[in-house]
Design a binder for this molecule. Sequence first.
Ligand code: NAD
Ligand code: GLY
Length: 357
Amino acid sequence: MKLNIRTKSENYVVYIKRDLLNDLSNYIKEYKKEKILIITDENVANIYINEIKKTLKDFKIDFHIISPGEKSKSLNTSKDIYDKLLYGKYNRRSLIISLGGGVIGDLAGFVASTYMRGIDFIQIPTTLLSQVDSSVGGKVGINYNNIKNIIGSFYQPKKVLIDPETLKTLDLKNLKSGLSEVIKYGIIRDYDFFKMLKMEIDIIKSLNIDKMENIIKKSLEIKEEIVYLDTYENDIRKILNFGHTIGHGIESLNDFQRFTHGEAIALGMISEAYISRELGYISSDYYCEIKYLLNKIISDVKFTREEKQEIIKNLENDKKNTNKDIVFILPINRGEVRIFYKGIDRSLIIKSLGADR
Ligand code: NAD
Ligand code: GLY
């Protein structure tokens, strides 16, 4: 299936097709004469590199393989890639392909957006999280000084190529991490979708590829609608960050080693839904519904007092904040959230991190 993505700068197509990787040459044939650098990580390379080499045997490809994990979304890794591009004589007609999860997509996209003021870039997302979220919408970037995505740009890929079969090699932890962003779409925009996820979560976790294809499509339709309205995140696009205010604070703990992005966001969504209930915006029933579904992705975590302080410190660095106020996206109804630019008490944020929520 095909999805048209409209943004304020350019439009492109997302292809979602089983076994697309075996047919990759057809999707990138316009680059046959150009140099192509495929950026990936060791885990993904171990599984897919031979298949890619075979299908692209008539293309001028090279690989840049990095260590897996959030720590690689860095200036140092970017520098290594710039060096490879420069000494390999890549130019404005060359292509960068990201083959991997959100770490690879964000990093490769950032390098593509800055090398020679921008060269073509194609996303091949291989985790659920990157298939339903990070590969579309043009947010690319790296972490710096332990602050998530603080250096980056908006840079749209030329196309996004999704092969849902790649999910078969993903471990359950990372599958659940992606489901966290899927549930987010239901909470922010579509209660029917949320209800379906609640009913079918156990089948979904067992990786039914037909279901996954539909879930990927539905998630991207919701994302597209929002990105089209507000590509540069001046307003409504902020709602895609539901769970991320507290979630980014949690993700940064222990040098990004403790939680996956999706796990941290799931915990952030529970805390932020709790805040919403405490402020009277949503009922206890709806809060319990949200918590029930997210606890299928991650069990509650007991943070120490020091960890709670560190989370607060981390979230004060959030890019969405204006002055000293911390910006929150809170559910206000089933399938509906609102942006709160101020007024959320720090003591309530601390309380929302308690294990007795
Ligand atoms: P990731 O890229 O670290 O991938 C998770 C793990 O899965 C890695 O160990 C990777 O090697 C492995 N992997 C990838 N594909 C695989 C496959 N098919 N089979 C087996 N293993 C595979 O993490 P992620 O969860 O995909 O992405 C998280 C990142 O995405 C974070 O940095 C987050 O900030 C970013 N993000 C960006 C956006 C955006 O709009 N740009 C949106 C959401 C998240
Ligand atoms: N993942 C948040 C966004 O794309 O805006």
